[in-house]
Ligand binder design. Structure first.
Ligand code: G1P
Ligand code: ZN
Length: 543
């Protein structure tokens, strides 16, 4: 085995987005693409010498090859050890947990999250830092800068490491420890939730369907729900992770998880349904004939978390991304705890969690999590819902209804315009941005505009500033819409329109969501001209 230094040159398009670098798989397969990016990561973090890392991913196409490259590069650059999930598998939250549990220097996660997988679909690579969370912007900026000046990388010439067998081997001078991907994570869940009570719930005939969408949460959900909690076999469907997710688009929302929605809204629906995404950090929860919007889910979890043993002492605060509805803020106000509004992307929650300012975090994009790791965590959210259901002995529909009666309802929806030509998407955003200053005080579709700005965030812990995080237009009655471009797409530009309207109740809490939002939708079109400029009749995905 010898270390070789390979001459290379910068490759375009290695700028990490909302959550790591995502590209078409064939882009990642291009010569030197992976090596350049991994070298840039290692350079940006001050080298690998003496460090320990975690490595794993959602098992998508090309992961086995990338895992071997990362191992050989870490070995060539003096890393002490890499802890790898068996067969290079680890859900994102499990990777975050392993980084923390083993006090490592960070980890590599091979995933493009909810994007489809396969040779003609998407691949992704993300670096998480020692707190278990996604690298903050200071680090991703340094990685990007390194990709632009790179001239060589160092890699060990060696045979592939067998990642199928649990145990420790060596590669050059580096230890490679292959671990069971599930057990440490499942043990962590046992410390947070009342497993005996959940076992009793299932023993009493409670029926659930968990759709793993042929992605990474299958083994985790099967171990926890079926083995440790005694839910009947078959509770977990699509439970085997496949390199192309069986052709599914592993994004747990009503559009892509429509099989689950059909069952939950069909005859003889189970009591509770849930789905998770490619890398296991997202979740959708559904009751019998009841869809729970992610923003509501965060608020309900914040209001009820104390019912689970891990949060019995209460929660210190709640953070949400700016486009997420303000439902969680109302809970925070009622509890007298901290509330924070951050830019989109989990990396912005890390400092708040590390500083103990918040216990729960969430995003409208089907992401919820807590201080137990530094990523959002799909199964965790599902287990917290189960724990709440077991304690309250009621249905999802009743929990939602009573929540709205207590706090009012934040009607909420996101309209996505996928894969727009980049110039058209930019024209929409730039056009509205140019008008922001003139909008306050004016009226549109009979609604008075109270404020209009481009969201900028100053991190209260380290003072770092993130600008241009989304255009928001707020109306006099508190309704609002937000427009931003996706930072995770791999084709053209995806434009997201986020819509919110608050109804205090007691009347008006049971409206159809799109009907309730109709005035805000009309105002957004009139101001931003999305349909007119894009030439589309309407959004591609509504959540
Ligand atoms: C999307 C979601 C965002 C989430 C990210 C990673 O990013 O909107 O909330 O954190 O995926 O899962 P976007 O494509 O909007 O940049
Ligand atoms: Zn994900």
């Amino acid at each position: 085995m010898s270390i070789v230094t390979v001459a290379t040159s910068p490759i375009e398009g290695q700028k990490p987005g909302t959550s790591g670098l995502r590209k078409k798989t064939r882009g990642f397969m291009a010569p030197h693409f992976v090596e350049n990016f991994v070298q840039a990561i290692l350079d940006a973090i001050g080298g690998a010498a003496g460090k320990t890392f975690v490595l794993g991913g959602d098992g998508r196409y090309f992961s086995p090859q990338v895992a071997q490259v990362i191992l050989r590069m870490c070995a060539a650059q003096g890393a002490k050890k890499v802890i790898v999930g068996q067969n290079a598998l680890l859900s994102t939250p499990a990777a975050s947990h392993l980084i923390r549990l083993n006090k490592t220097d960070g980890g590599f996660i091979m995933s493009a999250s909810h994007n489809p997988g396969g040779i003609d679909e998407d691949f992704g690579l993300k670096f998480n830092i020692a707190n278990g969370g996604p690298a903050p912007e200071s680090v991703t900026d340094a990685i990007y800068a390194a990709t632009k000046t790179i001239s060589e990388y160092r890699i060990l010439e060696a045979h592939d490491v067998d990642l199928g067998a649990i145990g420790t081997t060596t590669l050059g001078g580096m230890a490679v420890e292959v671990v069971d991907p599930v057990s440490d994570y499942a043990n962590l869940m046992e410390t947070l939730f009342d497993f005996p009570k959940l076992r009793a719930l299932f023993a009493g005939g409670f029926r659930m369907r968990f759709d793993a969408m042929c992605a990474i949460t299958g083994p985790y959900a099967t171990e926890i729900l079926e083995r440790r909690l005694g839910a009947p076999e078959g509770t977990v469907v699509n439970g085997t992770p496949l390199p192309d997710f069986g052709g599914m688009h592993p994004d747990p929302n009503p559009t892509w998880a429509h099989e689950l929605m059909d069952v939950m809204f069909g005859p003889d629906a189970p009591d509770f349904g849930a789905a998770s995404d490619g890398d296991g950090d997202r979740n959708m929860v559904v009751g019998k004939k009841t869809y729970v919007s992610p923003s509501d889910s965060l608020a309900v979890l914040a209001a009820n978390a104390h019912l689970a043993p891990g949060y019995a002492g209460g929660i210190s605060g709640v953070a949400r991304s700016m486009p997420t509805s303000a439902a969680a803020d109302l809970v925070a106000d009622a509890k007298g705890i901290g509330k924070y509004e951050t830019p989109t992307g989990w990396k912005f929650f890390g400092n708040l969690l590390d500083a103990g300012r918040v216990t729960l975090c969430g995003e409208e994009s089907f992401g919820t999590g807590s201080s137990h790791v530094r990523e959002k965590d799909g199964l965790w959210a599902v287990l917290l819902w189960l724990n709440i259901l077991a304690e309250r002995q009621t249905t999802v529909a009743e929990i939602l209804k009573s929540h709205w009666q207590d706090f009012g309802r934040n009607y909420y929806s996101r309209h996505d315009y996928d894969a727009l030509p980049v110039d058209k998407a930019n024209a929409i955003v730039d056009g509205l941005r140019a008008r922001l200053a003139d909008l306050p005080g004016t009226e549109v579709e009979g609604m008075q505009i109270a404020s209009a700005d481009d969201f900028a965030y100053t991190d209260p812990v380290d003072g770092s500033v993130s600008k241009l995080q989304g255009l928001r237009i707020v109306f006099a009655d508190g309704s609002r819409f937000v427009i931003r471009l996706s930072g995770t797409g791999t084709e053209g530009a995806t434009l997201r329109l986020y819509l919110e309207r608050y109804v205090a109740g007691p009347g008006g809490l049971g409206l159809d969501v799109q009907d309730a939002l109709a005035p805000v939708i009309a105002a957004a079109e009139s101001l931003a001209c999305i349909k007119a400029t894009s030439g589309r009749d309407g959004p591609d995905v509504i959540t």
